[in-house]
Design a binder for this molecule. Structure first.
Ligand code: DC
Length: 433
């Protein structure tokens, strides 16, 4: 279950522009439901049906399969196997979509598809009846409006910029007609949900609208964290006992010094990110952090039977390196949302000579997706490990998710934020001590 954000409003209120920007900012999936009605409209037009006639449109539904696909984060609409994403953006299809969307059977036909996507992902869904009918329990609901003249002007500018020759008056007439259709139909008319926040964007810039809704999403994400399920006591006890037993041989064999202990996290649901020197780095950190952690570990380790068992016992889960392992990321997210910490080594691989490597993008992704702080940890020792070698484990001040200044969830931005985290870790490492 993810966070659902419903964005409703009339044609041309700027919903899709805003929804795309928000989806990128928070790493959510953007679902443009208008495209679904448009693809039905396209099919009806191609079949020569009168798009306003339920008798003519309903029998066509059995021949229609609509799917949404995501290519590089952008939504594509697939109608009976054909990618129609561009073909549905004409004035003729806009009107056809508005017509077919008034037919109850068409709305029913598209209902499950929309709900299924929302059930599986963090999403921003834009449309007309998302907050009222499709996702009545959405955590964030916004009803965006703007005057018809302003919406016509925006559409006019958009089409002119694309090089199309258009007439402002006919766009305005079109918008008024669609407004009337959408709000006067009997099934799911365009109305504001009681608990939606109304946002009149006539005089607001895109950035202003995005910022306003971002605040609402951030608040909803915080609420989600507060309601984390309590981790069962048996798990916490098992972890505490295991931590104690495992710490004994390490404390005997090595001279472990802890510094910056005032920065050791005092809650669950945070990320601990360290530089990776030894196979027992997770243990060095766990000895000092009493809150139960999950661990992201390389998939290869799970091949060896006893090791597999031990890692899984402490909530370790495999990640395939260098592949942006999506299932590992969503598992990490799940652990954090359920109150566990996550211990992670952003370089992804051990550095034997103590040099700090480059961070992978996962750490910044999880931190900003879950909105949780990253506690940097530096692990240092001189030369090679041997009996009673001094190992310094230094905890740094937490890095708040806002500090990562992520403009988007693009690979480049995530890597840059990962580097920022890595540079804070580097400040805690001194292998000459
Ligand atoms: O958002 P859009 O302009 O692409 O939508 C095309 C038409 O589909 C619009 O006139 C109303 C209809 N629609 C709807 O009835 N319900 C939705 N959730 C989305 C769109």
């Amino acid at each position: 279950m993810g966070l659902n954000c419903a964005l409703d409003g009339p044609s041309g209120a700027g919903k899709s522009t805003i929804a795309k920007a928000l989806a990128e900012r928070f790493g959510f999936v953007y679902v443009d439901t208008g495209a679904l009605y448009r693809s039905i409209g396209l099919f009806a037009v191609r079949s020569g049906a009168n798009t306003s006639s339920a008798e003519e449109v309903v029998p066509l539904l059995k021949d229609i399969a609509v799917e949404l696909k995501y290519v590089d984060g952008a939504q594509r609409v697939i109608l009976n196997g054909e990618d129609v994403s561009d073909k549905i953006r004409t004035p003729e299809i806009s009107m056809a979509a508005s017509n077919v969307s008034a037919i109850p059977e068409v709305r029913e036909f598209l209902l499950d598809l929309q709900r299924n996507i929302a059930a599986k992902n963090d999403i921003i869904m834009d449309g007309r009846d998302i907050g009222t009918v499709i996702l009545p329990d959405a955590e964030v609901k916004v009803f965006m409006t703007a005057s018809a003249e302003e919406r016509a002007r925006r559409r006019f500018d958009e089409l002119t910029a694309k090089g199309q020759k258009v007439d402002y008056e006919s766009i305005l007439k079109d918008i008024n007609q669609r407004d009337y259709n959408d709000s006067h139909r009997e099934t799911s008319p365009l109305i504001k949900a009681k608990d939606a926040v109304e946002l009149d964007t006539t005089k607001l810039s895109i950035d202003e609208v995005v910022d306003k809704i971002s605040e609402m999403i951030k608040k909803a994400l915080k609420e989600e964290q507060k309601s984390y399920r309590k981790i069962p006591a048996i798990r916490r006890w098992f972890y505490a006992i295991l931590r104690f037993i495992i710490s004994i041989p390490f404390k005997i064999i090595f001279n472990i010094k802890y510094e910056g202990t005032e920065n050791v996290p005092q809650t669950g649901s945070v990320i601990l990110a360290g530089n990776h020197r030894t196979w027992f780095d997770p243990i060095l950190i766990a000895i000092k952090v009493k809150y139960i952690s999950s661990y992201m570990a390389k998939a290869e380790l799970f091949k060896y039977f006893p090791l597999n068992l031990i890692i899984r016992a402490v909530h370790g889960f495999p990640t395939r390196r260098n592949s942006g392992d999506v299932s590992a990321l969503s598992l990490a997210e799940k652990y954090i949302r359920n109150g566990y910490n996550l211990t992670i080594f952003p370089e992804g691989t051990r550095s034997r000579n103590g040099k700090i490597g480059k961070a992978k993008s996962g750490v910044a992704y999880i931190a900003s997706k879950c909105g949780v702080p990253v506690y940097p940890v530096g692990i240092s020792y001189k030369g090679h490990l041997k009996f009673r070698r001094k190992i310094t484990v230094r905890f740094g001040k937490p890095i708040m998710p806002e500090e990562l200044k992520l403009e988007s969830m693009s690979k480049t931005d995530l890597r840059a934020a990962g580097e920022k985290i890595m540079s804070k870790i580097a400040l805690l490492v001194n292998n000459d001590e």
